[in-house]
Design a protein around this ligand. Structure first.
Ligand SMILES: NC(=O)c1ccc[n+]([C@@H]2O[C@H](COP(=O)([O-])OP(=O)(O)OC[C@H]3O[C@@H](n4cnc5c(N)ncnc54)[C@H](OP(=O)(O)O)[C@@H]3O)[C@@H](O)[C@H]2O)c1
Length: 281
């Protein structure tokens, strides 16, 4: 059985450790204090609580699950502690940063990677019971990615590998999908309220349509799921919309409108595409 050290047993670290525990031996668990390392060990149900890196036992895998801004500094401290041996796999879980944050560990002969589960670990107890099927993005040294592919499967996750240098595009995609959907819902609800619709009805109106549309995208893909005035080539309706929107919402409508024209592609004639491009510029 491979052994795993957890540095930073916070929301993600302790959840991953508990999910790994049936198939990996949890060796050391190191938080910012011995008391909090002990609390994490109690949650995980395995492992030895450590006060410092120097107390960590040797292990095959090291998960650095500290806040993103601390990862690079911790990598340097970990090298200095001498606990990492040649051939060990050291990985972090940041969605935005590459494995190269761990570059100093290469000097110790370690293989480095990042493993990012596209999942919210807000509540670790709930996270462990709902994690199954989570997509896990891998990136870094091939040797480390191979080991972490099996690790992600053992957690119940679904691993996939990013192209070299692909982390920023990967994270931008998740940000657009998760955060901009919220912004779009907010702008849509406020625009509905301009029509004298109550808050409650406006929210239901927008949510119901968004949910229906998400289902359509899942089944049909984005291009075939497209409905509405743009794909129908109805410029006069779009012109009416633009006249009632405030500045911020109109700019969003125009940017997304142009992207929608591009997505509709040859469902629109060249003349229709040109007319929309003029409306949206
Ligand atoms: N949370 C999520 O939903 C989620 C999802 C995907 C990826 N991630 C990534 O996972 C990583 C961890 O995020 P998180 O949300 O789990 O953070 P978190 O809940 O804030 O946990 C951070 C952990 O780092 C520990 N720590 C801080 N300073 C330390 C030190 N000097 N020595 C040792 N341990 C130290 C903390 O110790 P104490 O327990 O003593 O405070 C805590 O256990 C980040 O890279 C994040 O981007 C998180």
């Amino acid at each position: 059985m491979l052994t795993l050290n957890i540095i930073g047993p916070g929301r993600l670290g302790k959840s991953i450790a508990r999910l790994a525990a049936p198939n990996y031996q949890i060796a050391g668990v190191c938080a910012s204090s011995l008391a909090s390392s002990r609390e994490a060990v109690a949650f995980i149900g395995a492992g030895q609580a450590c006060a410092t890196f120097a107390d960590l036992p040797s292990a095959d895998l090291f998960l650095l699950a500290v806040p993103d801004a601390m990862i690079a500094g911790m990598a340097i401290e970990l090298v200095a502690s001498g606990v990492v041996q040649a051939g060990n796999v050291v990985f972090h879980a940041s969605g935005a940063s590459e494995a190269t944050l761990l570059l100093p560990l290469k000097a110790a002969g370690a293989y480095i990677a990042s493993l990012h589960p596209a999942f919210s670990f807000a509540d670790p107890a709930r996270a462990v019971s709902t994690f199954a099927g989570t997509l896990c993005a891998l990136e870094g040294d091939i040797e480390a990615c191979d080991t972490l592919h099996d690790f992600a499967l053992a957690l119940g996750g679904v691993p996939f590998t990013l192209a070299k240098g692909g982390k920023a595009a990967y994270h931008a995609s998740l940000t657009m999908a998760a955060n901009f959907l919220v912004t779009l819902a907010d702008l849509s609800i406020k625009t509905a309220q301009q029509a004298g619709i109550s808050d409650e009805i406006a929210q239901s109106l927008v949510m119901n349509l968004m949910q229906q549309t998400l289902e359509n995208i899942k089944v049909l893909g984005p291009a075939a799921a497209l409905t509405g005035p743009i794909v129908r080539g109805d410029q006069s309706t779009v012109d009416k919309h633009l006249r009632v929107l405030n500045n911020t919402t109109r700019r969003c409508y125009q940017s997304l409108g142009q992207a929608t024209v591009n997505l509709a592609g040859d469902q629109l004639s060249e003349a229709q595409q040109l007319a929309f491009t003029q409306l949206f510029s």
